[in-house]
Design a protein. Structure first.
Length: 331
């Protein structure tokens, strides 16, 4: 069959395109295979102390303090404070790290007594349990000159060397794991009112000034109705600006006692209560309550509690001061 001379270039281009496409597909498949083989080779060369899969429980101790976290219904809890909401990402990172712990090398010959490696009385013990309830306990002993550490699995004889950095995961202050409070977005665009109730019961309610209430009586003089471009913010604007910057700066005490609340100025006899009525993203009216106490022992902060939580947090002292001063100025 003869090909029309006019169509010949297009036919040739089509054949070239098909050849190039086939070559591209073949090269891509080859590269994928090579990458998979390299990954498999790298995986085979990696030395694992633990390879737990999904870790459901992690516990660690330094001989003095012990932390035990368990995963229940996708929520991590600590054994000593099961009612405290924790940051899932913080605990998950620990579980993932020790659930698949790698070593830089494995010592199998000419091993000395465990005491030579600090493994007879380890500095740390870390236990990880997977969803099949299989538990492995890592013993971590002495440090080497390069900063790495000796380690072994409890019940086994092999000794490993693990890189430094694991220490950053072994935090013994539960406040570091407490979840941040949920603070709604609040500004002059959605806040309807702010109510302050002092410890003595004095109540002040601040609302957005309407046009009729904020505008003085009209006069015929143009000079009297002229508004300065440098006019100061109203108490409402100052208060809502403070609310817009309301941010928690970490947990101070996740389980405060009655006497500790008094120290923080957050007991009912001393705290100042703020209730903000605002509109959420769906234009539904909501209220948000928080309690402000005394100045924190950490400079620049103030103690605070948020409704439905016993946890004591910190907020910026300047935010708390601006809000209080705006309420006072509105009187």
């Amino acid at each position: 069959m003869k090909i029309n001379q006019k169509l010949r270039p297009f036919v040739i281009l089509g054949i070239v395109f098909v050849v190039l496409l086939a070559a591209y597909i073949g090269l891509k498949a080859y590269n994928t295979k090579v990458a998979e083989e390299e990954t498999a080779s790298s995986e085979a060369e990696t030395i694992y102390l633990t390879k737990q899969g999904t870790t459901k429980k992690v516990s660690y101790t330094n001989g003095t303090k012990t932390m035990t976290f368990s995963l229940r219904d996708d929520t991590w809890m600590e054994a000593s404070a099961t009612s405290t909401e924790l940051s899932s990402s913080s605990v998950s990172s620990i579980a993932s790290y020790f659930g698949k712990l790698t070593a830089t090398r494995k010592l199998t010959t000419n091993l000395e007594e465990l005491s030579a490696y600090g493994l007879d009385d380890p500095a740390y013990k870390v236990s990880v349990t997977n969803k099949k309830v299989k538990t492995q306990t890592i013993l971590i002993g002495n440090a080497l000159a390069d900063g790495s550490y000796y380690a072994m699995l409890e019940g086994e004889s092999a000794i490993y060397v693990i890189a430094t950095g694991f220490e950053s995961y072994l935090t013994f202050d539960l406040n570091s794991f407490v979840a941040s409070p949920t603070i709604p977005t609040m500004s002059s665009d959605n806040v309807n009112s702010i109510e302050q109730v002092k410890a003595d019961g004095t109540t002040t309610k601040l609302k957005e000034e309407t046009e009729s209430s904020s505008t003085s009586s009209s006069t015929s003089s143009s000079t009297e109705t002229t508004t300065s471009s440098t006019e100061e913010s109203t108490p409402y604007e100052t208060a809502t600006t403070a609310l817009a910057s309301l941010v928690s700066y970490g947990s101070v005490n996740y389980q405060p006692s009655a006497s500790e609340l008094t120290t923080y100025g957050l007991d009912k006899a001393h705290r100042t209560t703020y209730t903000v009525n605002y509109l959420d993203d769906n234009e539904t009216e909501k209220s948000f309550t928080f309690y402000v106490g005394t100045t924190s022992s950490t400079e620049g902060y103030q103690y605070v509690q948020f409704t439905d939580s016993v946890v004591v947090y910190q907020i910026s002292e300047s935010t708390a001061t601006s809000l209080a001063e705006a309420i006072t100025a509105s009187k």
